[in-house]
Design a binder for this molecule. Structure first.
Ligand code: GLU
Length: 383
């Protein structure tokens, strides 16, 4: 389902809620903001009592790790050090959730994911099934990135992206990103080019280009986020038809207020209901392309506007050594990605089909699977 107005949040059954480090930590960053944390957990329990399923995506492992040992014992910015700090902080993070939810006789479960876990459709489905089982058992899953094993290529990059992908995995109805800001603010520039913040934007289309212009750089305190990563996450969620709410996590009773339709935060909506299910959600949410097909303008247009398959005649070039069924990206002549799909032919065969008419496929390859190189049923438009 897709939410098109804030009053509709109460119709959402599956909530994916992302909590940033800046929400969890006190202003001095030396420990958890107990008041805020207790209020958020109370709100989550209230949502559960309304019949909602809640999946939490929580940052805070690195930040808590840092708060546990003196700064002279780690060097800043070094990835293995951050991974070590995440390993140190993660059990403390889970203990916090465990203890707070225990006040309400609720159980939590830890789910650590790395990007590579969702690339493969089988592993993606394994995660999906396990998460659904946890929900069925009445247990609240707390997801974080498996920071210790995630190398640069296997990282989600930040927990905003992880939350968007988690939303695809669990089939979320709404993604709520709780942050230390009140929402997305209008930005203009003064004479010297400085950014001047205007009013909070109550609602906008998630794919609205204007949002990217006002998002600003992606750094915020102890988290790796910032507004641009939140907007990118909303765009990702939009590809499988899910609207995103960016809201102030430190505000008392914020989740309940959102459920009740209060004018809080910024709602980033998806236009129209999107019919994206099953494999297509995985393609949007998890799959990492291993090759690419460069398409001419006609093929780009046919895919984007008519939801067509990609025919060899519209292919200008092929990169990568992929096999049949691998995930590949479709790019235009400028190299910009516009869709992701599954390859019908392997990389070598697809290369031999560049520019071919349908009736030439047999002749060029000596075999024929389908008339297209990517079928419309296995293809999703990217943002
Ligand atoms: N996984 C990281 C942590 O738990 C946070 C990454 C992020 O917030 O973007 O510390």
């Amino acid at each position: 389902m897709s939410v098109s107005a804030r009053g509709e949040l109460s119709t959402c059954r599956r909530w994916v809620i992302k909590l940033g480090s800046n929400v969890l930590l006190r202003k001095d960053r030396k420990g958890v903001d107990r008041v805020v944390f207790a209020s958020l957990v109370e709100d989550v329990v209230w949502l559960l009592e309304q019949g909602c399923e809640v999946t939490i995506v929580s940052s805070g492992a690195v930040a808590l790790g840092k708060s546990l040992i003196p700064a002279e014992r780690y060097k800043r910015g070094d990835i293995p050090v951050l991974q070590a700090l995440a390993a140190l902080g993660q059990p403390h993070l889970l203990r916090l959730y465990d203890e707070e939810f225990a006040h309400y006789q609720r159980l939590v479960a830890q789910v650590l994911l790395s990007r590579g876990d969702l690339d493969d459709r089988k592993r993606y489905l394994n995660a999906r099934h396990a998460l659904h089982r946890l929900q069925a058992m009445g247990v609240v899953p707390i997801i974080n990135e498996n920071d210790t094993v995630a190398t640069e290529e296997l990282r989600f990059g930040d927990n905003d992206q992880l939350a968007a992908m988690a939303c695809g995995v669990v089939g979320g109805d709404v993604l709520v990103i709780l942050s230390d800001v009140d929402g997305v603010f209008d930005v203009s520039h003064d004479e010297s080019g400085g950014r001047v913040f205007g009013d909070r934007i109550g609602q906008a289309g998630a794919l609205d280009e204007y949002l990217m212009q006002i998002a600003g750089p992606s750094v915020s305190g102890v988290g790796t986020g910032g507004m641009s990563t939140k907007i990118l996450a909303a765009r990702k969620a939009a590809t499988f038809g899910v609207s995103t709410m960016i809201a102030p996590g430190k505000r008392q009773g914020v989740l309940r207020a959102l459920y009740e339709g209060a004018d809080v935060g910024t709602l980033l909506t998806v236009d129209g209901a999107k019919d994206v299910t099953g494999k297509k959600v995985w393609l949007s949410a998890g799959a990492m392309p291993v090759g690419r097909i460069i398409c001419d303008a006609g093929a780009c247009q046919a895919v984007m506007e008519k939801g067509a398959s990609v025919l060899p005649v519209g292919v200008l070039g092929v990169d990568g050594d992929f096999t049949e069924g691998d995930v590949i990206e479709l790019v235009n002549q400028a190299g910009e990605r516009f869709a992701v799909g599954l390859a019908v032919y392997d990389g070598e065969s697809t290369r031999r089909l560049v520019g071919a008419h349908t009736e030439e496929i047999m002749e060029r390859l000596g075999y024929h699977v389908l008339d297209c190189v990517v079928h419309r049923d296995n293809l999703v438009i990217s943002t």
